[in-house]
Design a protein around this ligand. Sequence first.
Ligand code: NDP
Length: 391
Amino acid sequence: MQTVTILGATGSVGVSTLDVLRRHPQRFAVHALTANTNWQRLGAQCEEFQPKFAVLCQAEAAQALQRYLSAVGSATEVLCGMDGLCSVAADPEVDIVMAAIVGGAGLQPTLAAVGNGRKVLLANKESLVMSGHLFMSRVQREAVTLLPIDSEHNAIFQCLANGAQGHAQGVRKILLTGSGGPLLRESVASLASITPDQACAHPNWEMGRKISVDSASMMNKGLELIEACWLFSLAPEDVEVVIHPQSVVHSMVEYIDGSIIAQLGHPDMRTPIAHGLAWPERIESGVTRLDFSSQGDLRFEAPDLDRYPCLRLCQQVAGKSQNYAIALNAANEVAVAQFLDELIRFTDIPVIIESVLEQTSPTEAHTIETILALDAEARNRAIEVIARITH
Ligand code: NDP
């Protein structure tokens, strides 16, 4: 029996993870579940999975959850805030941590999980983008088993013979596929009037709203490019982004002998989650089988960087000083939140990021304190840029 902590249990990846765990009660027990404010959903999850701990970031939500769990006779202990998140991530009783908080808020708990030195399933790509060098050096120091949960990186991991690092294996290129999101065929001129609901209407994947907007702008693919470089020790020019609207091929690895190995499957996060949970074994995930006789065409094309300026910005930042990736991620998070609140236009997002990047200087960031300070600085800059363009 292995114990599992899910950071971000109430989100899209968290719920899919619980769905896989539900299918394997003899194999996994839930140690802790966490959320930001959604105590109602977390309460229902605690009733079903009976974790030892539940953590909420917001104090009132934690009190509400405590009252609810006491009323239903649950023995789950409720913790609160960043200390609670980090303690359930680093708890030596935990075998597996699923890092599925959205955004930079996941950085400290995810690093705490790495410090625990067991098995970390990484969905929270923003934490690796922000802290690449620090993150990967801790992974090596603690001899952590790090398994990528982003479907593309999970695919690359599988195509690289279980994650063996790039060049040592005769790799020529990584082909990082992306659907192009819901705006692939919209005219570029109409992108300024796209609403949050249109941007979030992903054709193939059901995801949280932040990553859905990132998929529409292809910022998500750009963050994944940076993530792939850190995970697999690659240079940015070794990673080629390919649009594949059907999301059936989840990424490919091209070798120097001309072989290209791809990982395919129905687009459902339970596949990479089950792979990560059971690795190096395989378990049932509940995912629908891919039926090739009814699948139809699989198409591939190059991304148009005029349509996806966020992808271009990520390509410029990849491989550069860490501060650029921190600034890019921070500015994007601020801009996406404002877009979701209908305060700025979809097309303002890359403008804000580019403006923040222009004000950023190369700084290495090898400590968590430096990373958090640079992140805060970039967020403030983004807010200033937004104030300028909206007045
Ligand atoms: P969701 O928005 O659906 O869920 C986010 C989770 O994080 C929720 O549990 C939320 O709690 C919690 N959370 C939000 N803000 C904070 C905070 N400040 N402090 C602590 N917890 C917080 O996100 P997704 O599940 O879609 O994505 C999670 C991560 O996985 C992201 O980094 C994303 O890029 C990555 N990912 C997601 C995929 C997907 O299919 N969804 C695919 C590949 C990667 P609450 O419910 O209380 O708000």
